[in-house]
Ligand binder design. Sequence first.
Ligand code: ADP
Length: 447
Amino acid sequence: MHSAPLPMNTRERATRNGRTFWVPTLLRFALLCLVMLAVGAYYGFVVGVIWFGLSLVVLLFLQIWSLYRIEQWLDRPYGTPRPKTWGLWAHAATRLDIIRREDERSRVDMAEWLARFRQAMSLLPDGVVIVDSVMHLEWCNPAAERHLGLDKVRDEGRLLTNLIRAPEFVDYMLSGRFEQPLPFIHHYRKIQLQLISFDDRRQILVTHDVTQAEKLETLRRDFIANASHELRTPLTVINGFLEHALSTEMDQSTRHRQLDLMAEQGQRMQRLVADMLTLTRLESLTQQPSGETVRIVPMLNRILEQARALSEGRHLITLEAEAIDLKGNSDELESAFTNLLTNAVRYTPDGGSIQITWKIVGDGAALAVCDDGIGIAEEHLSRLTERFYRVDKTRSRVTQGTGLGLAIVKHVLLRHRGHLEIVSESGKGSCFSAVFQRSQLVLSEER
Ligand code: ADP
C-alpha cells in the first residue's frame, strides 16, 4: 500500500523519537551483556548466565511496576503530575504527559469556543433548531424556544412533529421540499421557518419572526391607500370644475365661485402633503432630537396669538404657564402644541372656552389644552392618534383637518420621551395633555 508522505516536521520528529528510544535501550542492553561477560570471565560462564537471567527478571519487574503506575496515573484527572517511572516507560510517560497536556489545552479551547458559540446563538434574534436526520430535537436557542414554544431541556430527543402538531408544519417537514420558507402562525406571531440540511445526519431549522415587518408593511399599505383616497377627493373636485369650465360658458360670478372652491381644494391638498411629509420625516428620524433648551413660555404666547387669530373672537382662550423649559427640538414641539390648540379651536363651538396650562405635574411637567367643545365618545379615544382616524370626517374636512395632526403630536412626544393623555366626554369637552418626564425639563434654577 502506498502511504502518503509524512510532512517534513512530522517525519523529523518520528526519527528523533526513534533515536531517543533505541539508543538508550541498546546501550542498556549492551551494558548488561558487557557486565555478564565480565562476571562470566571472572566467576565462570554459569555464574555469568545466572547473573544475566536475574538482571532480566529485575528489569522485567521494573517495567511491569512502571506500567502499573502509568496505568494508575492515566485514571487520575488531567494535571496530576506524572509518576516516576523507569527505563523505557520514562520515555513513554513523558510523551503521554505531553499528549495529555495538549489534549487538556484543546479541551479548554473547545469549551471556551462552545461557550462563545452558545452565547452568540442565544443572542441571535432568529431561532435555530438542530434536529437529527429523523427530526428528533437535539438543540435549540432561546429565540427558537420563543418562536415555536419549545423547551430545550424538556423536549430534547423528542420528535419535532410531535412537539409542533400544526398540519402545515408537519406537511412541510415531511414534504422534503425546503427551498421556500414556510409562513407559520404561532401564538398570534407570524414566523417564517426553513429547513437546511448541513450534514448527512443533521438538519437545521431556522425561524424568523416577521410579525413586526408584516405589521409595518400593512401600515405602509394602509397609509398609501388612505393618502391616495384623501388626495383623490380634492383632485376630483378640481378636475370636475375644470371640465365644466372648458365645456360651458359661465358668468363672472359663477367662475369666481368655482375658482374659489378650486383654490380651497388645492390648499387642502397642500396641507395634506405637508402633514404627510412631516409625519414621514418624524418617523424616519432614528436619533433623539438635539438637547437644545427650548423656551416654552414665549412659544406658548406665540401659539396663543395664532389660536386667537384662528378663533376670530369666537372662543375665550386663556393661558397659564410656569417658567419651565424643555430639552428638545423647538420646531417639532411648536408643531405638536399648535396642533393641540388648533384642534381645540376647531372642535369647540362658538362661545366655548379653551384653557392652556403648562405646569409641573407629578414627577414631570404637562401641557394641557382643555376645551368645553364637542368632546369624543370613549370608543374612539384609543384610536385618535392613528393616521387619518377621525371621529367625524365631515367636521374635520370643513375645519380644514387632515386627520394627521394627532399622529404628528404622538411622534413628536415619543421623540421627546413624552406621551399624550386624552380625557374626553362626548358633548362635554376634551383635555389633551402632552406629558414630559423630569429628565426633559429645564427648570429656571438650572438655567
Ligand atoms: P384632524 O385633522 O381631523 O383634526 P387630528 O389627528 O388632529 O385630525 O385629530 C383626529 C380626530 O380627533 C379629529 O378628527 C377629531 O375627531 C378628534 N379630535 C381631536 N381634537 C379634538 C378636540 N379638541 N375635541 C374633539 N375632538 C377632537
